[in-house]
Design a binder for this molecule. Structure first.
Ligand SMILES: [Zn+2]
Length: 383
């Protein structure tokens, strides 16, 4: 979840809101004001239903943030850097960019979230006895107790990437000593859970609860996807572990001199396949990037006269790596910035590129040679 608006920072952790979250807020306020509260507590004014629904929704999302914050605090206390907490249509997510070093790290980081939700449920339940039993305040507190209890229980379902799936992974990792095996099992469980939620959603949709059913279908589909993706990330991460950029970079005919005419550039690079994103050099140093888009802006008749340096995008803000950087880190950067390749530089000197196709062919070759069948990578995880 990269895109989102940062609304606050708590203990240095950015709290972000994804646009899809507004849909969740709208649905929850609307269902509370129009359906839930009127059914249980008839006789309030319309304004009261909406006001109580809005306050309840705010406290509910506050509870979700607290759940995520405790994940983040424990992760950080165990040395795992936390990038941000995002709220989106299906709830909250903590983006932890480090790697769990041990089953213990994984277990405590995961379990603390549901525990927080249970504590919140107990607190709201206790508070609900203070106001008169049928008052709007008591109604909100009772609802918050129930919803936090459900949130905690749902997150304990043992399918990756739910908290329960992470607890399962930690347990299998602890027992077998293999993170890869543990990830495979937790991911498979996550796919089953996601699929079951999709089926449940379809059943609900055809039993009269159309909106709720559709929402469940999307959530189940999202969970299945997230399980697959995090599984693939761990597997790929474990296979690239220990490799340096310098070992996998391409150095031959991967950059173009700024004085090259566009026509020569097109002829020279068309056959190599990469015209999409080419590093440009000025006296051997990286000074910009040329993209297909830059080339297209020049009328074809001018290709022989216009130089690459005249149309390239200057180097400012360009993501680069050094030959000593880890390949895993480079892969993360490629994914985060959605780039096809990264220029490799040492100091001021251009050394080569590291590209997605190159990483993919490395991984494919490993697989073809059967190097990964008995792979065991005990001390790694990409969460
Ligand atoms: Zn959680």
């Amino acid at each position: 979840m990269n895109d989102g608006l940062t609304i606050a920072r708590i203990a240095g952790i950015p709290i972000k809101i994804h646009p899809s979250w507004l849909l969740a807020v709208g649905l929850i306020v609307w269902s509370l004001a129009a359906a839930v509260f009127p059914a249980i507590y008839p006789g309030w004014s319309t304004a009261t239903y909406w006001a109580v629904a809005a306050v309840t929704a705010i406290l509910f999302f506050g509870s979700v943030v607290l759940h995520e914050l405790t994940h983040s605090f424990i992760a950080r206390a165990r040395g795992l850097p936390v990038r941000d907490i995002s709220l989106f249509v299906f709830g909250g997510v903590s983006t932890i960019s480090g790697e769990a070093e041990s089953p213990g790290d994984e277990f405590w980081t995961a379990i603390v979230g549901p525990l927080t939700s249970f504590v919140l449920a107990a607190v709201f339940f206790g508070l609900s006895f203070l106001p008169p039993g049928d008052s709007p305040v008591a109604a909100a507190l009772q609802y918050l107790a129930v919803i936090n209890l459900l949130l905690g229980l749902f997150n304990l379902v043992p399918g990756f990437p739910l908290d329960g799936g992470r607890v399962l992974r930690a347990a299998v990792w602890k027992i077998t000593g293999s993170l890869l095996k543990a990830t495979r099992i937790a991911v498979a469980a996550g796919e089953v859970v996601g699929f079951a939620i999709v089926l449940w959603g379809i059943y609900q949709a055809f039993s009269g609860n159309f909106l709720g059913g559709i929402w469940l279908v999307f959530m189940g589909w999202f969970l299945t996807n997230a399980a697959e993706q995090s599984g693939a990330q761990v597997v790929v991460g474990s296979r690239l572990r220990g490799l340096r950029v310098g070992q996998l970079m391409d150095t031959d005919r991967v950059a173009v001199d700024a004085r090259t005419p566009i026509a020569d550039f097109v002829d020279g690079f068309l056959l190599d396949g990469n015209l999409r994103f080419v590093p440009v050099l000025c006296d051997g140093k990286l000074c910009g990037i040329l993209t297909l888009h830059d080339v297209r802006r020049v009328p074809r008749s001018q290709w022989p006269e216009v130089n690459v340096g005249q149309v390239m995008e200057a180097r400012d803000g360009l993501a680069t790596v050094t030959p000593d950087d880890s390949v895993e880190g480079a892969l993360r950067l490629l994914a985060e910035r959605d780039l096809p390749l990264l220029p490799v530089v040492a100091g001021d000197d251009f050394k080569g590129i590291i590209s997605r196709p190159r990483l993919l062919s490395y991984l494919r070759n490993r697989e073809a040679l059967g190097l990964d069948q008995h792979g065991d990578f005990p001390h790694s995880a990409a969460a």
